[in-house]
Design a binder for this molecule. Structure first.
Ligand code: SAH
Ligand code: SF4
Length: 350
């Protein structure tokens, strides 16, 4: 499933898919001085150029040569929704026509961006609009990176954090997700600190293990949603084969290896995962671990039978977790008035 698809536009390669080594080689072949490499990189990774002609400090002849050899992929905005709280949600079209969503969430001087790692998702979670719409394809590293640049340019301000909580399962597109994280972290590209880059996974265990070996201090969130195996199997059929027991073990290994605090996402669904038994199971799963729990009210997906829980239940969960020494927060979902739950803008427009 881990697609290494870097060429999504037929015969011609995309400039953004070239490695640094390949770019250096290309400039040599074209008889260009070495400093052109840095100029080109600046156009694609910092200035977000949308055509070769934008690259005004390159000779015209070089721009024409590049346009004859390569494509310059980018994202094109096809729709947006603006929330009362200032969040903006975008529907972006990729060069092959696939569409993905991303969200910009400003707060004071900070700008958080939520990106998609795949167009659609194959994991089929029962509560998720993306899961219900099926899987199209994985995104390349630069398609993930470009979403962040699009939001940066639209707000005309520095992006201070990125979460991989849009469409798709990042750990089913591991290599491209990692490459995007590294671009976002690189001081000459995104320049965002590793701790401010968060990957959210539904719990693909072999990739959590792999992630714990990466040298950077990226942050990890795991969508738990139930600590009762039977309930979780129904809510998250795509990770049925990875039992909660194995998830518990691998998360212990992750904490031992990295010393970093993981987050568990728990969307409260009325009558499904907000009962007393579910609360006790969640407390047992989290006690004596370093984990932080984010309690979120389910974002209602049109046509779904699943409904959000009550605020009272969320507070009961918070208190129960506190009693066993587990840190937890009740999160208000940003942009609730703009279909902020993953996949909803796309679903509404299609
Ligand atoms: N595939 C990854 C990341 C994308 S989903 C994952 O599942 O973790 C981002 C987050 O939104 C996850 O925690 C997911 O469980 C949650 N989510 C999806 N649909 C939701 C909904 N309707 N209401 C609340 N949270 C939802
Ligand atoms: Fe995919 Fe995450 Fe949605 Fe599940 S919650 S279907 S893993 S995007």
């Amino acid at each position: 499933m881990d697609t290494e698809n870097n060429t999504n536009t037929g015969a011609m390669r995309d400039l953004k898919s070239l490695s640094k080594g390949e770019l250096i080689k290309l400039m040599e072949e074209l008889g260009q001085p070495a400093f052109r490499v840095k100029q080109v990189e600046d156009w694609i990774w910092n200035k977000n150029a949308s055509s070769f002609d934008d690259m005004t400090n390159l000779p015209k002849s070089l721009r024409t040569e590049l346009a004859g050899k390569l494509t310059l992929g980018g994202v094109e905005e096809v729709a947006r929704q603006v929330s009362e709280d200032g969040s903006r949600k975008y529907l972006l079209r990729l060069p092959d026509g696939a569409t993905v969503e991303c969200v910009g969430m400003p707060s004071g001087k900070k700008l958080a961006v939520c990106v998609s790692s795949q167009a659609g998702c194959a994991m089929g979670c029962a509560f998720c609009a993306t899961g219900g719409a099926g899987f199209t394809r994985s995104l390349t590293a630069s398609e993930i990176y470009d979403q962040v640049m699009h939001v940066r340019d639209d707000f005309n301000t520095r992006v201070t954090s990125v979460v991989f909580m849009g469409q798709g399962e990042p750990f089913m597109n591991y290599n491209n997700t990692l490459a995007a994280l590294r671009k976002l972290n690189d001081p000459e590209q995104g320049g965002i600190g590793a701790r401010h880059l968060t990957v959210s996974t539904c719990g693909v265990i072999p990739m959590i293990r792999r992630f714990s070996h990466e040298p950077e201090q990226f942050t990890l969130a795991v969508s738990l949603h139930s600590a009762v195996q039977k309930t979780r199997n129904i809510l998250m059929p795509g990770v049925k084969k990875y039992s909660l027991l194995n998830l518990y073990t691998v998360m212990g290994e992750y904490v031992d290896r990295t010393g970093r605090r993981p987050t568990y996402e728990y969307a409260l669904i009325g009558g499904v995962n907000d009962t007393r038994d579910e609360m006790d199971a969640l407390c047992d799963f989290c006690r004596d671990t370093l984990a932080h729990v984010n309690l979120i009210q389910l974002n209602e997906v049109p046509g779904s039978k699943l409904k959000p829980s009550t605020q009272r239940k969320a507070e009961d969960f918070l208190n129960a977790l506190a009693r066993v020494g587990v840190e937890a927060t009740i999160r208000n979902s940003r942009g609730a008035d703009i279909d902020a739950a993953c996949g909803q803008l796309k679903q509404r427009l299609s």
